[in-house]
Ligand binder design. Structure first.
Ligand SMILES: [Zn+2]
Length: 255
């Protein structure tokens, strides 16, 4: 979890941001060795911290909001974990100091696309149904028939079930904050993948100064004080493209 702008219990210091992690401590006399998952979490939370620390907005509420955007900055930071600079300096064996072998990193990256076809399909079925419930005249909806008919129309494979069937998907009707917003988690991942490609394609890669400057200027420091789509365009020079996510998840993409 990442917190921001709170005052310590002694009331003397203002903490701008703090990362609080529940990593398992090493036993007595042993170093704390964190798992790959924990390392990703660490970078993720550090992304939230950088986001808070870069804030230049006058009103704190301008720095939050917009659900699609909530996890985007932190998901993006996870991408630095597998850069050579981090691997060679930090992902080192605790006894020998040797960096993690390249083959192992390649294996981890390859395994990342495992089951993505299933996961993307079950998720999208629920996300699209959520949108359909809120864009269809409710008088015409008989939920079970509607769900079946719409899934057929989408070409939903019989072998895959929705992640959340309509009748138990609280998200759809629970509140204004959630309704028709389930797509947002995946949209945040589209932004993440597309922004990561901006770095991957830059001359300096993930350490490219120009792209980094834009990241801080348009995505980290102002957040909700500028329309997110406008800010994203200033960062990327165009709108985000879903193909970036498709590539990340191992789907065949022709363009
Ligand atoms: Zn987060």
């Amino acid at each position: 979890t990442t917190y921001r702008s709170h005052t310590t219990f002694d009331g003397k210091k203002t903490v701008l941001s703090s990362n609080n992690s529940n990593f398992v401590k090493g036993s007595e006399g042993e170093p704390t060795l964190i798992s790959w998952d924990d390392a990703e979490t660490y970078f993720h939370e550090f992304g939230h911290a950088l986001h808070f620390l870069s804030a230049t907005v006058a009103y704190p509420t301008s720095h939050s909001g917009v659900r699609d955007y909530t996890e985007f900055q932190s998901q993006l930071l996870e991408r630095w974990l597998t850069t050579d600079e981090v691997i060679n300096n930090y992902l080192v064996h605790y006894k020998t100091g040797e960096p993690i072998p390249a083959e192992l990193v390649a294996k981890i990256k390859k395994a990342a696309t495992f089951n993505e076809g299933f996961k993307t399909t079950e998720y999208m079925a629920s996300a699209i149904m959520d949108l359909l419930y809120h864009t269809t005249d409710p008088a015409t909806i008989e939920p079970q028939a509607f769900e079946k008919q719409q899934l057929n129309k989408l070409g939903m494979p019989e072998e895959v079930v929705m992640r959340h069937r309509s009748t138990q998907f609280g998200h759809v009707f629970s509140s204004e904050g959630y309704s028709s917003g389930y797509y947002g988690y995946m949209w945040a991942e589209v932004l993440t993948s597309d922004a990561a490609e901006a770095f991957a394609e830059a001359p300096g890669g993930f350490y490219d100064k120009e792209v980094s400057d834009k990241l801080v200027k348009y995505l980290f420091s102002i957040r909700n004080a500028m329309a997110p789509e406008e800010a994203y365009r200033l960062f990327r020079g165009r709108d985000a493209k879903v193909e970036a996510l498709m590539r990340d998840r191992g789907f065949p993409v022709t363009k």
